[in-house]
Write a protein that binds this ligand. Structure first.
Ligand code: SF4
Length: 406
């Protein structure tokens, strides 16, 4: 497995680790607790406003991959007739559900009281959450939204429809939680969510600096706040700490490298190999940093939120996000950002699990090469299932690519 570098990481990683640990402690103790989809999911803010603790099976799958437990969980799911073609996040989670659960990471994901789903992601979720619904026999709240193929020309009735979905979901959540979600409570959750989103945008902007202040592993770590802690004061406090430290690094000219050492600024497309984050350490050893990734830039809930219009903000969140948009829209955004972040090479992960993020890679790479004349490398693998990852093969290809980059 790839060797890690000894470079000092930004101090905020420790704060994020503590927030992750606290989140998993809350999952053990707070009730009611609901499994929530991670992609832009307005039910997270609604859950916090209602005093419901959200938990995130995808995050737990990524944690399991980091701890090299994915093989076990995927095999358990496959032994229960879930096909190896199904996304490994899903197989991780269902394998965990059926596992004997001896010493699971962070004490486990717990048994949910409800399921919180939106349609703004991939089609896997419907069957995955349906399976969880069958297993646990608990209520499922579902927000259905249309695909937004052209965000700039979205018809008004899309928003009106999504607003009605949010209003219906709030009534269901109130019923389950046995509480009233007042306008004040919802507005407060959305305001806090908006503050996290604003910091997130400013944080990503700092990555344009040369030298790049922090690497993709640090930003991926911070992503936890944008997904899991939106609607909580804690989320604002943590992301502010991340932003402040990163801003200070930019002011002081501190980066992963010095400006002279920073040889290449690369873009990563798709989800990282969670079981081998040391790969980014290898790139660092070769003077390469990743200021930009579609994974941290576009996929999650980056909609501007307005506490004065909480339901409309949540409806917009449900409609936006890369997974609810078209490939053309994604490529447009990439072309702009590649220039703004001064990217000089592309590494794309053709992810066996996540076809929704992989199917457009050949076209995206072709357009980037044609429009910007940038070299690119496509790596085959999986975000959590190590069984389909060949370290020797991947390293050979990376080595050849880096030699070509010079
Ligand atoms: S296929 Fe992709 S979007 Fe769908 S659950 Fe898996 S990782 Fe998430």
């Amino acid at each position: 497995m790839t060797e890690k570098t000894k470079r000092e990481r930004p101090a905020f990683n420790k704060i994020i680790s503590a927030a992750i640990e606290s989140h998993y402690n809350n999952i053990q103790t707070n009730r009611p607790m609901g499994y929530a989809l991670m992609a832009p999911n307005p039910l997270v803010e609604i859950a916090y406003a209602a005093g419901i603790q959200p938990a995130f099976p995808e995050n737990y799958a990524a944690v399991s991959a980091v701890k090299h437990l994915s093989r076990k969980y995927c095999e358990t799911a496959e032994a229960h007739n879930y096909a190896p073609d199904i996304c490994s996040y899903c197989r991780n989670n269902l394998g965990y559900v059926y596992d004997s659960k001896e010493n699971p990471p962070f004490g486990g994901l717990g048994r949910p009281d409800l399921l919180l789903l939106t349609s703004s992601a991939c089609t896997h979720y419907f069957k995955w959450w349906d399976a969880l619904h069958e297993i646990y026999k608990i209520p499922m709240i579902y927000i259905n939204t249309p695909r937004v193929m052209e965000p700039q020309a979205m018809p008004d009735y899309y928003l009106a429809y999504a607003i009605r979905e949010i209003e219906a979901a709030i009534i269901q959540v109130e019923d389950i939680a046995g509480t009233k979600i007042t306008h004040e409570k919802l507005s407060q959750a959305v305001t806090l969510s908006g503050e996290v989103v604003d910091y997130w945008h400013k944080l990503l902007d700092l990555q344009k600096a040369e030298p790049c202040p922090v690497n993709l592993t640090d930003i991926s770590n911070a992503l936890f706040v944008l997904i899991a802690l939106v609607g909580k004061q804690e989320g604002v406090d943590v992301i502010k700490t991340v932003y402040d430290e990163t801003k200070q690094r930019v002011t002081d000219g501190i980066g992963i490298f010095t400006k002279e050492e920073e040889k290449h600024r690369l873009m990563w497309i798709n989800i990282p190999f969670w079981f081998n984050l040391g790969l980014f350490g290898y790139f660092e050893k070769r003077g390469c940093v990743f200021p930009l990734s579609d994974y941290t830039q576009y996929i999650w809930g980056t909609t501007k939120m307005d506490g004065a219009k909480p339901i409309e903000s949540l409806a917009r969140k449900a409609l936006e996000g890369e997974l609810n948009s078209s490939l053309d829209d994604q490529i447009e955004k990439m072309l702009v950002d590649i220039k703004e972040y001064h990217i000089d090479g592309i590494i794309a992960h053709s992810n066996r699990s996540c076809r929704v993020l992989s199917v457009g890679i050949p076209d995206a790479v072709k357009v980037i090469q044609k429009e910007l004349n940038l070299p690119s490398l496509v790596l085959d693998g999986d975000h959590t299932d190590e069984r389909v990852y060949s370290d020797a093969n991947i390293m050979n290809r990376i080595e050849a690519f880096l030699e070509m980059l010079g």
